[in-house]
Design a protein around this ligand. Structure first.
Ligand code: PGA
Length: 259
């Protein structure tokens, strides 16, 4: 059995005061929730406030991005050791907004995944096809390419430093079809499950069937309290990465406590 993960991505929302207010409403609502891992990804400026607010709880904090370098002259970037030092345990990598608006490539995603693992962080590697890809029948091709060029590239043949199977098992994958993000158009549970099966197959080919079956794959894209039941009824879905509905403590708690 793979343990579920419910992760919230706040994107570029919430001040420090908003962050404190969120945790004081949210934590009591999930205090008894032991059935899944709970993750919140605030903006960089609110990380230490969030870490502090969540420290007596089981809620883990994530960065929304990370540099592929450990340190250096990279104005505006934040490194994996810095995130770990700030108290983060997870980091989101390769979100479609970063791929589309900030030109992140699969190669960036591979490097970031490796450096995050080396810093002890759990990477949440996002991938997903656009509407045009799906309409053109290219969804599978795009997903395989993003998997194989990202975390799947971290094999002996294709990368200077390979992932150990144990490291690979720590990675979380988030299937987030771009057409479902922030649009209210959630993927049907069947579409999501089909994509997850494909990604698991890719992982099996690159690593091993055993590692693929342990791999946790989250779905993201307009997950709301009224559609999470249908999605999580698919055994391929090991949790959710939530944008809009993670901003409100009551709706995010409803997602954590959906069972
Ligand atoms: P959404 O965002 O839930 O608002 O669609 C998901 C995401 O971007 O991770």
């Amino acid at each position: 059995m793979r343990r579920r993960v419910i992760a919230g991505n706040w994107k570029m929302y919430k001040t420090l005061a908003d962050t404190r207010a969120f945790f004081s409403s949210f934590l009591p609502l999930v205090a008894a929730s032991k059935h899944c891992d709970i993750v919140v990804a605030p903006p960089f400026t609110a990380l230490s406030t969030a870490v502090d607010a969540a420290k007596a709880s089981s809620v883990a904090i994530a960065g929304q991005n990370v540099s592929w370098s450990k340190e250096g002259a990279f104005t505006g970037e934040v490194s994996a050791p810095m995130l770990a030092e700030a108290g983060c345990r997870y980091v989101i990598i390769g979100h479609s907004e970063r791929r589309q608006l900030f030109r992140e490539t699969d190669d960036n995603v591979a490097k970031k995944t490796l450096i995050a693992l080396e810093a002890g962080l759990t990477p949440i590697v996002c991938l997903g096809e656009t509407q045009e890809d799906r309409d053109a029948g290219l969804a599978e091709e795009v997903l395989s390419r993003q998997f194989n060029g990202g975390p799947g590239a971290l094999t002996p043949e294709e990368f200077s430093r390979m992932l150990t199977p144990e490291e690979f098992s720590r990675i979380l994958i988030a299937y987030e079809p771009v057409w479902a993000i922030g649009t209210g158009r959630t993927a049907t549970p069947e579409i999501a499950a089909e994509a997850h099966r494909l990604l698991r197959r890719c992982a099996g080919e690159k690593f091993s069937v055993r590692h693929a079956s342990a791999l946790r794959i989250l779905y993201g894209g307009s997950v709301k309290p009224d559609n999470i039941h249908g999605l999580m009824a698919q055994e391929e879905l090991d949790g959710a990465l939530v944008g809009g509905a993670s901003l409100d403590p009551k709706s995010f708690a409803a997602l954590v406590n959906f069972e």
